[in-house]
Design a protein. Structure first.
Length: 477
């Protein structure tokens, strides 16, 4: 579909950027905060790049006012951040920690005072360690009530001033790493346990959305999904089938369940035959159907291309966490699909394909299938940046963001209801497994894996570029 003229971004478009508590806040034990599973996991040798952790991160907890001032200078209309559950409930449940709630009050108030819409993520992976230790976190149904209690506490506290809420961030990516690859806590490799924990997360998500309707009736809520639209490696029927398998198992397994309240049929039948399906109890389907979101949050970085994989073929492999280009092996599920290189696309140094058209394709697929508004809750380029004479000339990031924003505009012209775009990330952040060398921000942070240095904030070239994009509502992208 080629257009002679593109539509403008709508009035009130949420031009933003995003972060997550563990990746920016630091202050890991300040003011009564409890431990999260990541506080514990990163202390174990060999888990992260050079043993990096979020104990200090970029010290946003203490420097949030300076960060919000920079957001205001850039003209940002929205800031997506997450609340740290163990900062609110050090033991996962019980009486809330007032000092933790007060921090987010200060942050939200500073945003609102600067005309920046807060987009609050309820869960970005930092589960209270107490709940992991007590009953295995997402593997036990007790998590559903504890998560609801935590969320309702935030609804009651912030519902009057926060309109946009993100429920679970990348349930698909986080739990795949946690229970299939063994690369996020609790570092398990077991498909049955994976689908079980994932089922509980769906129930927790839907239960909490039902509560949201009562506590924040004017608000909007949706999950953030790590969306890598699938391509077939060729038009050979075997590749087409592998592509269909990948779509069902890597995308629709989550998106259909969020939006339709049911699992995709072929994938469920396969798992039941393999003895890997989650235990679906009476009443679960009603809970899931009651949790339809108001929008879908889209975290888009790349498309993935798939080819057939024999029954004794490759299994799931770890991602590249070093930035050494070309070191990512094929990864897949025997008998279903495996990844293949796409010769039409270039990649980042971490082997992530760069595909703005894939974003347009993905947005259209979601809009047509689910008929919901979409918000891009993450999109960005992780790269090595060089600080030279106090400047960072990140023209490659500007190219990446510009091309993806152009794809957004094309999708809007195609009829997609896109309400916002949150680039990942505002400042540089701790990349969970990749340390501080994989930088995403508009604002450079003076630190590395081994030394927190000055933590000085230095706007990159992309900061000033995005400032211009926002000022003219994307008319030039
Ligand atoms: C998403 C997460 O997976 O992508 C972010 O929601 C993360 O928290 C981002 O930082 C980029 O991934 P990575 O592995 O490059 O940090």
């Amino acid at each position: 579909m080629q257009h002679r003229q593109l539509k403008d971004f709508p009035d009130g478009f949420l031009w933003g950027a995003a972060s997550a508590a563990y990746q920016v806040e630091g202050a890991w034990n300040a003011d009564g905060k409890g431990e999260s599973v990541w506080d514990v996991f990163t202390r174990e040798p060999g888990r992260t790049f050079k043993g990096s952790n979020g104990e200090v991160a970029v010290d946003h907890y203490h420097r949030y006012a300076e960060d919000v001032a920079l957001m205001a200078e850039m003209g940002m209309k929205a800031y997506r951040f997450s609340v740290s559950w163990p900062r609110i409930f050090p033991d996962g449940r019980g009486t809330p920690n007032e000092a933790g709630l007060a921090f987010y009050d200060r942050l939200i108030d500073a945003l609102l005072a600067n005309g920046i819409e807060p987009v609050l993520t309820l869960y970005h992976w930092d589960l209270p360690q107490a709940l992991q230790a007590e009953y295995g976190g997402w593997e036990d149904r007790r998590i559903i009530a504890d998560f609801a209690h935590y969320c309702v506490t935030l609804f009651q506290r912030f519902g009057g001033k926060v309109k946009y809420w993100v429920s679970l961030n990348e349930q698909n990516y986080n739990l795949t790493n946690a229970y299939q690859l063994g690369t996020h806590p609790p570092a398990v490799q077991d498909r049955k346990r994976f689908f079980c924990a994932n089922h509980h997360a769906f129930l927790a998500n839907a239960t909490m959305i039902a509560a949201f309707r009562q506590h924040v009736p004017q608000g909007q809520i949706g999950p953030s999904f790590a969306y890598s639209p699938a391509y077939p490696a060729s038009s050979a029927p075997a590749d087409m089938l592998a592509f269909e398998n990948a779509e069902e198992f890597t995308n629709y397994w989550w998106l259909d369940t969020y939006c339709f309240g049911r699992y995709p049929q072929a994938a469920l039948a396969h798992l039941q035959a393999a003895g890997e399906a989650p235990d679906i109890l009476p009443g679960d389907e009603a809970i899931l159907r009651n949790g339809r979101p108001d929008f879908i949050g889209v975290n888009y970085y790349q498309t993935l291309t798939f080819t057939e994989n024999s029954l004794d073929g490759v299994t799931m492999q770890r991602i590249n966490t070093t930035g050494q280009k070309g070191t990512t092996p094929a990864s897949g599920v025997p008998g279903l699909y495996k990844t293949a290189p796409n010769p039409n696309l270039t990649t980042t140094n971490w082997d992530w394909s760069i595909d703005p058209t894939g974003l347009r394709i993905g947005l259209r697929r979601l809009a047509s299938r689910y008929a919901l508004p979409l918000m891009i809750t993450e999109n960005g380029l992780g790269e090595f940046d060089q600080l030279e004479h106090g400047k960072v000339h990140d023209s490659y990031r500007i190219d990446y963001l510009r091309s993806h924003l152009h794809a957004c505009r094309e999708a809007i012209t195609d009829g997609v209801d896109l309400i916002g775009y949150c680039a990942w990330s505002f400042t540089d952040i701790l990349s969970w497994l990749n340390g501080y060398q994989k930088r995403y921000g508009f604002v450079y942070i003076d630190r590395d894996e081994t030394d927190a240095k000055t933590l000085q904030r230095i706007p990159k070239d992309s900061f000033y570029w995005y400032q211009g994009v926002i000022a003219n509502n994307g008319a030039d992208v």
